[in-house]
Design a protein around this ligand. Sequence first.
Ligand SMILES: Nc1ncnc2c1ncn2[C@@H]1O[C@H](COP(=O)(O)OP(=O)(O)O)[C@@H](O)[C@H]1O
Ligand SMILES: [Mg+2]
Length: 311
Amino acid sequence: MSLLKVENLSKEFNSIKAVNGINFEVNSGDILGLLGPNGAGKSTTISMISTLIRPSSGDILYKGESIVKNPKIIQKNLGVVPQEIALYPTLSGYENLKFWGNIYGLRGRVLKERIDEISEIIGIKDRLKDKVEKYSGGMKRRINIGASILHKPEILIMDEPTVGIDPQSRNHILQTILDLNKQGMTIIYTSHYMEEVEQLCNKISIMDKGKIIACGTKEELIQIIKDNNKITLRFDDVTDTLIQNIKTIDYIKEVKVEGEDIVVLSDNANNIFKDIINKLSQLDSEILSIEVEKPNLETVFLHLTGRALRD
Ligand SMILES: Nc1ncnc2c1ncn2[C@@H]1O[C@H](COP(=O)(O)OP(=O)(O)O)[C@@H](O)[C@H]1O
Ligand SMILES: [Mg+2]
């Protein structure tokens, strides 16, 4: 049985369909990525899983039971890192963690030990006594993550936790997520950064305009566009003969001239490099550069929606 099952889930705000009939499953041990541009419906989706807002229709099952009917069954097993940082600026990092620990019912030595452990995990031990208002964005974010895992939740939900922070904190957070997952935590991660999701997630749902437009592993998603390999060639001299010759190469679907470049679309990238070199070595034009663009989640999104993932 899956740990979480999202069934025909929708949420409308007045006339806006923020989430529009989505389905997905999360298994124990997954790092599920919800990838999509701003406004796709990622935060609304995880707010419903976190039981912060009620769906307009559809259901979410936790171990087979509806959390819409009975939110309590999931709440203590969840850790949530919201998109907006929620901390008391005039309290220290330690005091903030203590505050959240109390909310989870942790006290005394147990809480102290847990804060100790957490501050090691989030890499903030030496700054724990400083007021949060003196922290960088990345450090605040780390405290937020620390607060969300104090009670060792089974499922950790993180909403764009690396937006607006320095690269060092970002790398630290990504590594922390992988470590927590290795220790058995199931993770739901939203982002509009394709690289992060590629790097972290064993399962990816691409969201756009309230819908899931594709899902699978990174490899499965890239299969969607395996027939659209893009090769960019640059020559000392672009002639009609040259273009005609490129068109005769096997598996080449389309040849376009874009400024100084010739852009070639092929439905088979395996031998394309060799075939192009072979063919063109018989001609007079000299190749200055050749670039084969490997498809990634960004190109998958572009292919499916006609728009770039990034705004
Ligand atoms: N509380 C709300 N009231 C009205 N509209 C909302 C509310 N929350 C989200 N929306 C709208 O729903 C859509 C999806 O938003 P959101 O789930 O925040 O997307 P994402 O997290 O992917 O950026 C957007 O059009 C947003 O403006
Ligand atoms: Mg959001």
